[in-house]
Design a protein around this ligand. Structure first.
Ligand code: GTP
Ligand code: MG
Length: 248
């Protein structure tokens, strides 16, 4: 759980985690100004990492995945602690990975048509649909959305792509998708209820614009790399990095 000022929603989120299949919970606090860390301790969250300064959503996830891999996880699922996505989907998502059918599973708010009813602001919905359309064309894929914050990965995926190279900001999520497709991994999707409410954290309009431009830049970088017009370090994989270092 990448946490930032999640004090009001952490308990509700944590209590929905299905502990019959979840072995470890990692919470990374990104220098929150509220009581996120105290609440996490009181709830008994097993692995709490605190950033001394705010690194951003991407920087937060880097710490989350590092810790999850260090714990020897086979399957790693990111859930936002702002209770916008229900942890009740964890079994469904993990089973799709454990079956070997997919390497990554996204919980999509767009599949099933409930995004607007669930309170997604109209401008976010339209931006989501338009950016998704563009990305599907440029990446030649067919995801229902590239912008969900609820994602499950096999450890192999997290070890292969070069996460440390990604932005520390929100566009981290989108760069990860481009890296996943570039490395040839398969992404499956399950539908997920949309939930927007007062205490849930939400990226501002201005940050959304920066994110949207970052998404377009990521797709262009992917294309240039795919067409061998520009060798982009974003798409180094860890096996490649090893080979590169022996053949400089
Ligand atoms: N805003 C922000 N969120 C962070 C940071 N680090 C971790 N997070 C967490 O990242 C999650 C996503 O942030 P949100 O602002 O809700 O963004 P979003 O869910 O992608 O966008 P919305 O659909 O508008 O809610 C939240 O659960 C935050 O707790 C940070 O530095 N800034
Ligand atoms: Mg949110």
């Amino acid at each position: 759980m990448p946490a930032y000022n999640a004090g009001k929603t952490l308990k509700t989120t944590y209590e929905e985690i299905p502990f019959d299949i979840v072995d470890e919970v990692v919470l990374v606090d990104d220098a929150s100004r509220d009581k996120t860390v105290e609440i996490a301790r009181a709830l008994g969250v097993k692995h709490i990492i605190t950033h001394t300064r705010n690194r951003g959503y991407g920087g937060n996830q880097k710490s989350c995945y590092q810790k999850a891999l260090a714990l020897g996880a086979d399957i790693v699922i990111m859930v936002h602690p702002d209770y916008q996505y229900t942890p009740k989907l964890i079994p469904a998502m993990s089973h799709l990975l454990a079956s070997g059918l997919y390497d990554v599973v996204f919980a999509s708010r767009i599949l099933g048509n409930g995004a607007l009813k669930g309170g997604m602001p109209l401008y976010k919905y339209l931006a989501n649909r338009i950016l998704t359309f563009i990305q599907n064309l440029l990446l030649w894929q067919k995801l229902s959305e590239y912008h969900t914050g609820y994602r499950a990965f096999t450890a192999n995926v997290l070890k292969t792509i070069d996460l440390e190279h990604n932005s520390d900001d929100f566009v981290f999520d989108n760069q990860m998708i481009a890296q996943i497709f570039n490395a040839g991994f398969k992404i499956g999707e399950v539908s997920c209820p949309t939930r927007y409410f007062a205490d849930g954290s939400s990226i501002s309009f201005q940050r959304s614009i920066t994110y949207g431009l970052g998404v377009l830049a990521t797709s262009l970088r992917y294309l240039l790399h795919k067409w061998s017009l520009r060798k982009d370090p974003l798409f180094n994989t860890n096996t490649q990095t090893k080979t590169d270092s022996t053949h400089p």
